[in-house]
Design a protein around this ligand. Structure first.
Ligand SMILES: Cc1cc2nc3c(=O)[nH]c(=O)nc-3n(C[C@H](O)[C@H](O)[C@H](O)COP(=O)(O)OP(=O)(O)OC[C@H]3O[C@@H](n4cnc5c(N)ncnc54)[C@H](O)[C@@H]3O)c2cc1C
Length: 375
């Protein structure tokens, strides 16, 4: 193994962006990636996925997305972009190399990998969330005879044709998977446990992200108040669709709860025309189906959990204290952590676009890491 200035764990957008910015800052970097290619998580996402952030705000440092791409690039275009990004900057990750744990080794950080270990003054954890799908459980679930799959294992409607499917969760994955199924003629219901927020993908001809960026320096509560009337007009009356509008506005929801509002690309229209049914939260499983919180029950042939991800990075860094919150998420991402030389990139949900935030963090990490290595 080489002895670089910096180790980067993960070759998704965050790892690649950090590799480029750290190298531009004059550091010698080694990228370790457990999969056999860059952007491995994007290769596995469901087929119909397109970015919900616009092309102009989704490129990584030093290379914009191609102008030939549509406003909202497809999953395949995202993969091609990551491949050409790595090629353009000659980033060559060490593939098929999973970091088991990271710990201190004197003044350096030591990453344990199958074949041994590698140490460096700086380590950037860019492992994303995809490795930790969150699968809640309910009473009676063990008696349910059909498949319960996580959204990260959903690809397309083909296995669900002629079935009744329940999609659990009203985030972007849940909304889009329900839409995908409804468009394919599958009988689909969405289990929505609590109040929600919905945003249009574009507002007054501009991507919703442009508005979020424009208002980013204003307090969340103020922005939500200012935007409420126009968003209500743009999105319509969601209460009539059986949904409950959250008291917190979309920006507060992201900042305070880390929950991303649904960016609607057609789900509401399908709810409106009855192709997607809305149900409440799940109380328990029974009789080959589900009992909802209002006491009603229905049979389903499959359940898809669009319930997000819950990584706990204390497993990767078991002996490192003071940098994680109670859930094992880093307290600081994209900036010094309190443990000298240790950085996280892209770990906190951003109201102004995760990919955009990754680029900003990568630039900040490079500046800080350079100063740290040179002292
Ligand atoms: C369905 C979906 C759609 C999204 N759409 C958008 C969007 O439109 N716009 C936007 O801004 N954001 C979007 N995001 C959020 C975010 O931008 C992406 O998840 C993005 O891929 C995050 O990049 P990352 O590099 O942090 O993580 P990942 O892309 O998950 O990459 C992490 C990499 O680390 C590797 N790895 C993990 N653990 C280890 C280990 N121990 N050792 C070695 N390698 C390891 C993984 O194999 C992976 O290649 C979306 C997220 C999801 C889930």
């Amino acid at each position: 193994m080489p002895t670089p200035d910096a180790i980067i764990v993960g070759a998704g957008p965050a790892g690649l962006a950090c590799a480029v910015t750290l190298r531009a800052a004059g550091l010698d970097v080694t990228v370790l990636e457990k999969a056999s290619n860059v952007g491995s998580v994007w290769r596995r996402h469901y087929d119909r996925l397109h970015l919900h952030t616009d092309r102009g705000h989704s490129g990584l440092p030093g290379m914009a997305m191609p102008p030939t791409y549509p406003s909202y690039p497809s999953r395949a275009q995202m993969v091609a972009y990551l491949e050409s990004y790595a090629a353009r900057f000659d980033i060559r990750p060490v593939f098929n190399t999973e970091v088991a744990t990271i710990g201190r080794d004197g003044a350096r950080w030591r990453a344990e990998v199958g074949q041994g270990a590698i140490a460096a003054a700086v380590i950037v954890v860019a492992t994303g969330v995809a490795g930790a799908p969150y699968r809640p459980s309910w009473p009676g679930q063990e008696t349910y005879p059909e498949a319960i799959v996580h959204s990260s294992d959903y690809r397309n409607p083909a296995p669900y044709r002629a079935k009744r499917v329940l999609v659990v969760g009203f985030g972007n994955s849940g909304g889009e998977i329900a839409l995908d199924l409804a468009e394919a003629g599958v009988d689909v219901a969405l289990a929505v446990r609590g109040p929600v927020q919905v945003l249009p993908r574009d507002l007054l001809g501009f991507p919703i992200l442009s508005w979020a960026i424009l208002y980013r320096r204003l307090p969340a509560r103020l922005v939500d108040r200012l935007n409420a009337p126009i968003l209500r007009l743009a999105v319509g009356d969601i209460e009539r669709l059986g949904l409950q509008r959250a008291a917190r506005g979309p920006r507060e929801m992201v900042e305070d709860d880390g929950r991303v509002p649904l960016i609607d690309i057609g789900t509401l229209a399908k709810i409106r025309d009855g192709a997607i049914a809305v149900r409440g939260g799940i109380e328990r499983f029974a009789d080959g189906g589900v009992v909802f919180s209002n006491g009603s029950s229905e049979r389903f042939d499959a359940v898809i959990l669009a319930t997000g991800f819950r990584p706990d990075l204390r497993r990767l860094l078991p002996a490192v204290e003071g940098v994680f919150d109670a859930n094992g998420m880093p307290r600081a991402t994209g900036r010094p952590t309190g443990a000298p030389g240790l950085y996280f990139c892209g770990q906190i949900t951003s109201p102004t676009g995760q990919l955009r935030e990754i680029g900003i963090e990568a630039l900040r990490i490079a500046e800080s890491a350079k100063a740290y290595v040179k002292t």
